[in-house]
Design a protein around this ligand. Structure first.
Ligand code: FPP
Length: 238
């Protein structure tokens, strides 16, 4: 498949780390650790396929409700993931970006993330977007606040607000909507991931748990995408 003409933006809900750990009689955090290999494979395969944007749902606005020790482990993992991989990601022209309420992150991981984004900002390969403290409703709420402020201060009229206005106030307005959203581990819901942006995305669900997710699974998802007909509300032209 030549993804250059097909897939521009791939979104992945990396689910099932806890269940993977349990199935191997390990602690939940071991599942998050094991997730790194799958992240590597997804980044590599998307790069090979010419995908321009890969958004990984790494931590949701709701994930703060998890036990403190698990949250703290994931945050430490985020920082060490960046430290361990920045050299090779940068070397492969990957641009690291992030979406979400980033100010909620502890200063250690936040600084590592900001440094990585700064270091790779001119890279022209894959955009690796980490969704961190991300929620689709939070994103839309934040956009609404900004727009309401612009109305309050007389910058714009309420009657002039269009879908484009809202899209322009999302966290990453330059990033095109995802073509496909993949969720691992058998759950079939969006769980607040890219709610506005996924309005017309193809949804792909697999039972494979995220730590077991390999290139061949991503290839299967891309193949399934190829057979879908995207009409965006229109009718088939042929
Ligand atoms: C879902 O599995 C996974 C998460 C909520 C956290 C994802 C975190 C990582 C992949 C690691 C940190 C991120 C980076 C970029 C290094 P789950 O824990 O909900 O699994 P379960 O549904 O089986 O319990």
């Amino acid at each position: 498949m030549n993804a250059e003409s097909l897939l521009t933006h791939v979104g992945i809900i990396m689910d099932g780390n806890g269940r993977w750990a349990r199935s191997h009689s390990l602690k939940r955090i071991e599942g998050h650790k094991a997730a790194e290999k799958s992240i590597h494979e997804a980044v590599e395969f998307c790069g090979e396929m010419g995908v321009k944007y890969l958004t990984l749902y790494a931590f949701s606005t709701e994930n703060w409700k998890r036990p403190r020790a698990e949250v703290s482990f994931i945050m430490t993992l985020l920082k060490s993931f960046i430290k361990r991989n920045i050299e090779s990601l940068d070397g492969n022209s990957v641009r690291i970006r992030a979406t979400g309420r980033l100010d909620d992150l502890p200063s250690g991981p936040l600084n590592a993330l900001r440094n990585a984004m700064e270091r790779t900002r001119n890279n022209d390969g894959l955009n690796l977007i980490l969704a961190l403290s991300y929620g689709g409703r939070a994103e839309i709420t934040d956009a609404m606040r900004q727009i309401a402020h612009d109305i309050e201060t007389g910058l714009v009229k309420a009657s002039a607000i269009t879908e484009e206005t809202i899209a322009a106030h999302l966290y990453l307005p330059d990033v095109p909507d995802p073509d496909i959203v993949i969720r691992t581990s058998g759950e079939q819901r969006l769980s607040n991931f890219l709610l506005w942006e996924s309005a017309y995305s193809e949804l792909y669900f697999t039972d494979v748990l995220w730590p077991d997710f390999r290139k061949r699974h991503l290839e299967e998802a891309f193949e399934a995408y190829r057979t879908r007909r995207r009409r965006f509300g229109d009718i088939d032209s042929d």
